[in-house]
Design a protein around this ligand. Structure first.
Ligand code: ADP
Ligand code: MG
Length: 487
């Protein structure tokens, strides 16, 4: 790091803060197109030029954890860019300045100077045209067929939805999608609706759930307006009914729906239905079930590891956050049930980031999971997803995992610092190396900055003792070893 900026003798004349802001903005304008937007916003928010001294340009960062990232990924880019504006700049140095966060006027307002260009072009609610008086839930523009991540377990369902979006009322009619909670049925159904409306904004697309439909029928019976409701449904081009299992034991509604279904089907209008189970398991009238079975049936089931990871990447891009890959991998590995749960954890991490300006780490994610009662150490047989193949971890892997988990650089791990933020992670890394990989004290000593083997022995003993008395240390070791596939 650097000493703070001063204007002592020998330094070039102090430059005014306004000039620094202007210079930083010019540099950022060059840098921004070279990075992913999420990455740019995440790492350059609340940064500023603090000063210039003898060819060194001092960049202020709001948080210590940004330091490694800047040095590793951005330092040389910033230097070459800065030189094009001021050739006397020879070096970029960083200084952490917590005050930057509390005084945004000291840095460049990224959202003002770099507005988001890629606004989504999906129909908004006004564009969803309905026949007079016909109610449809508003389609959520966030759900599209493009941002649905396709994996082996949902490929057929997605392909069928795309085919229907291209040719509604064609070959795949009705389209029946089934699968468990939170696996993307509503996303797919609304995605088809959005796609059809995008191509043909005048189409009448009605999206309803079986509960909504039931309420409408009950209301129509009460006000004796059944005939009018039927007429309205005849004008529909695409009828989407989500969660049809709730029709079970509601005979009158099933009957109404059966008639609506037939009318639309005969008029070559598209029907799209979802349910939590296949048609034959639904407690519905046989004639309705056999109608469903004549169409296209596809299921969605639990995504595998790769798909879960891809979904997390897609969602964090949507939220314009650039999370460490290892953090996303950790969530994908430990999330057991469905995509909704996956999203829930990600959303908590996003909230944490926005409220506390804390970039998620494996440790903070493990904390979120245990708060949400998702113990990340559930034995494998309870995980419910297949685990990815992995090689046996090496000492290097241990050091990297510890470094990411505690946000301490490898240099610090093997260095001389004895502050507890570095010391404890170093001792934990040694302990795991000894206990789980069987590396000798001597070799551990060599690897960790040429320390004496007795130092390593003492470190291992300390951690062993702490694991008995300090719940946090126990959890840290458990999380790390499970993350490294050592347990
Ligand atoms: P269901 O209707 O089957 O209960 P949802 O469609 O409501 O599930 O999905 C729950 C959440 O998970 C939604 O936010 C949805 O966007 C997301 N989701 C599910 N599967 C995927 C996928 N394959 N790609 C992207 N997002 C998905
Ligand atoms: Mg749903």
């Amino acid at each position: 790091m650097t000493s703070s900026v001063s204007s002592s003798a020998g330094a070039t004349a102090p430059t005014r803060a306004d000039d620094f802001t202007a210079l930083w903005l010019s540099i950022l304008k060059e840098v921004e197109p070279k990075l992913q937007r999420g990455e740019f916003i995440t790492w350059f928010r609340n940064t500023a030029i603090l000063g210039k001294e003898e060819g060194k340009l001092v960049i202020g960062l709001p948080l210590p954890m940004a330091l490694d990232r800047h040095i590793e990924k951005f330092q040389s880019l910033i230097l070459s860019t800065a030189k094009t504006f001021d050739e006397t700049i020879m070096q970029i140095v960083y200084k952490v300045d917590g005050g930057l966060k509390d005084h945004p006027e000291r840095s460049v307002d990224l959202l003002e100077h770099f507005p988001d260009q890629k606004k989504r072009k999906l129909p908004n609610k006004q564009e969803v045209r309905m026949a007079e008086g016909l109610t449809s839930k508003i389609l959520n523009p966030r759900y599209s067929l493009e941002n649905f991540v396709v994996g082996t377990k949902n490929r057929l369902a997605h392909a069928a939805c795309s085919a229907v979006a291209t040719a509604p009322g064609g070959k795949y009619n009705p389209l029946f999608i089934y699968g468990g909670v939170g696996l993307g049925k509503t996303h797919l159904l609304q995605g088809v609706g959005n796609a059809i409306l995008q191509k043909n904004p005048r189409a009448t697309v009605v999206y309803t759930t079986s509960e909504d439909f039931t309420n409408q029928v009950v209301e129509a019976i009460r006000t004796q307006k059944m005939e009018q409701v039927r007429k309205k449904y005849r004008q529909v081009d695409v009828l989407i009914v989500d969660d049809i299992q709730f029709f079970a034991s509601k005979e009158r509604c099933q009957e109404e729906f059966f008639h609506t279904f037939n009318t639309l089907y005969e008029g070559s209008k598209q029907l799209i239905i979802s349910s939590d189970r296949p048609p034959e398991d639904l407690h519905l009238e046989d004639r309705l079930i056999s109608r469903f079975e004549k169409g296209m049936i596809a299921d969605v089931s639990e995504p595998d590891y790769e798909t879960r990871l891809a979904i997390l990447q897609e969602k964090s891009n949507e939220y314009e956050l650039f999370f460490d890959l290892s953090v996303l991998q950790f969530i994908a590995e430990h999330t057991t049930k469905n995509v909704r749960e996956l999203e829930g954890i990600l959303m908590q991490a996003v909230a944490q980031y926005e409220l506390e300006q804390r970039m998620p780490t494996i440790r903070s994610i493990a904390e979120i999971m245990s708060k949400l009662n998702k113990d990340p150490h559930v034995p494998e047989e309870h995980v419910g997803f297949e685990k990815p193949e992995r090689k046996k971890a090496t000492l290097q892997d241990v050091m990297e995992a510890v470094s990411t988990y505690f946000s301490v650089s490898i240099d610090d791990l093997v260095g001389t610092s004895r502050v507890s933020e570095v010391l404890v992670p170093r001792q934990i890394a040694m302990f795991i190396g000894k206990q789980y990989l069987g590396v000798s004290f001597v070799r551990l000593g060599e690897t960790f900055g040429n320390r004496d083997h007795t130092t390593v022995m003492n470190a291992c003993k300390k951690i062993e003792r702490k694991m008995q008395s300090d719940h946090n240390v126990l959890r840290e070791v458990q999380t790390l070893t499970s993350e490294l596939g050592l347990r």
